[in-house]
Design a protein around this ligand. Structure first.
Ligand code: SF4
Ligand code: FES
Length: 369
């Protein structure tokens, strides 16, 4: 038996294609093309291997997973090997017939993103006219189909004032969970940090709003919320720790410990095309590089939180310091924390400015395959 505990979940990024253009997109700067995507049979093998390895859940994600016409076949296969299926979607390609197909195949949960509570602002952030109205309709379809719904709300400087309305929207839509997700600043979000980073006053209000709502809505709506890294005293345990809980598979089959790992230099990224998930999870250089505590520099190495936050986020450490093995600057004990404080203060003091969108063509839905 392996000494390495199995992953909890597989994040299956079926495609980087997406009808939205959110300025905080967590997909890599270099997107994989449709022609490079894994085919249905390979995804089905990967799902079987994940279940055999001990994973319990699969999150079908992207980009937008609904661009794949074989999504229901993948959901059906996941169910057949005992994986709990969650669909992470923008919703704009979902209709009643497609949802019925997915439910019949065994889909068990939907996580739907909302960009704001006001349609004009939401559509501007998403980069797609009409997206917000469509999402409202899709949420109703999901609940009518009897599926549990999580609302994923990425909050930032340009919508954080409407957090009370976002909580009310999640309630009205019948969601059981609301993820109030602050932007993580790597990839495309780093390009837009000045336009997205909340001010300290905004953040204080938001934290108070969440505290009040959690008390008021106990047992009705679960609200996930953590203070964003640039204002935190200690970092989050990114992905629950490197190589501890999650396998992330890119559309072309690269197996990664997190969705941003391709931004890190010096690695050969293993692929499901040439190795099994078990080999990659247990023996690859990539997954073992930052697993556990042996790799840690000071101050993490002798810190009593080292098995709580696992030194924070490797991708953020690299994005801000150029060194993937440094303590995450989100930690107040990190040698680079003063730099993060300066960046935050400069960004928060400047006008928010406009978003920079990816230039990947017009803001319309990509073709389904
Ligand atoms: Fe976490 Fe390292 Fe900071 Fe300790 S020093 S709190 S282990 S990031
Ligand atoms: Fe890669 Fe945090 S996103 S380790």
């Amino acid at each position: 038996m392996s000494a390495i505990a199995p992953p909890l979940a597989l994040l299956a990024e079926l495609s980087h294609r997406c009808p939205l253009r959110c300025p905080y997109c967590s997909n890599p700067l270099e997107l994989e093309r449709a022609g490079a995507e894994l085919d249905q049979a390979t995804w089905q093998r990967v799902l079987s291997e994940a279940a055999a390895l001990g994973a319990l859940q699969v999150h079908f994600s992207g980009g937008e997973p609904l661009v794949r016409r074989d999504l229901a076949a993948l959901v059906r296969h996941a169910a057949s090997v005992g994986l709990y299926s969650n669909l992470i979607t923008s919703g704009v390609l979902l209709d009643a017939a497609r949802l019925a197909e997915l439910v019949e195949a065994g889909l068990e949960h939907v996580q739907l993103s909302f960009q704001d509570t006001e349609a004009a602002s939401a559509d501007r952030i998403a980069g797609l006219a009409g997206a917000h109205q469509k999402k409202l309709a899709v949420a109703a379809l999901v609940r009518a189909a009897g599926l549990p719904l999580t609302v994923n709300a990425v909050m930032h400087r340009q919508n954080l004032e409407r957090l009370p309305e976002m909580i009310e929207l999640a309630l009205k839509l019948g969601a059981g969970r609301l993820e109030v997700a602050h932007v993580q600043y790597y990839g495309w979000a780093l390009v837009n940090r000045r336009a997205l980073l909340p001010t300290e006053a905004q953040l204080e209000r938001a934290t108070a709003v969440v505290a009040e709502a959690r008390t008021r809505l106990k047992g009705v709506l679960t609200i996930d919320y953590v203070v964003p890294d640039y204002y935190a005293r200690r970092p989050k345990a990114c992905m629950g720790g490197w190589g501890r809980q999650f396998l992330n598979i890119s559309p072309a089959g690269k197996v990664l410990p997190c969705h941003a790992a391709e931004s890190l230099p010096g690695f050969d990224f293993p692929s499901v095309r040439t190795a099994s998930l078990a080999e990659i999870w247990e023996r690859s250089t990539l997954f073992n590089r930052f697993r556990g505590t042996e790799w840690m520099p000071e101050p993490c190495r002798s810190c009593d939180r080292r098995e709580i936050d696992w030194g924070g986020c490797r991708c953020q450490a690299f994005a801000l310091t150029g060194d993937v093995a440094r303590t995450d600057p989100a930690c107040a004990l990190a040698p680079d924390r003063a730099m993060l404080d300066r960046l935050r203060e400069a960004d928060a003091a400047a006008p928010a400015g406009d978003f920079t969108y990816r230039q990947i063509g017009a803001a319309r839905a990509p073709a389904e395959t």
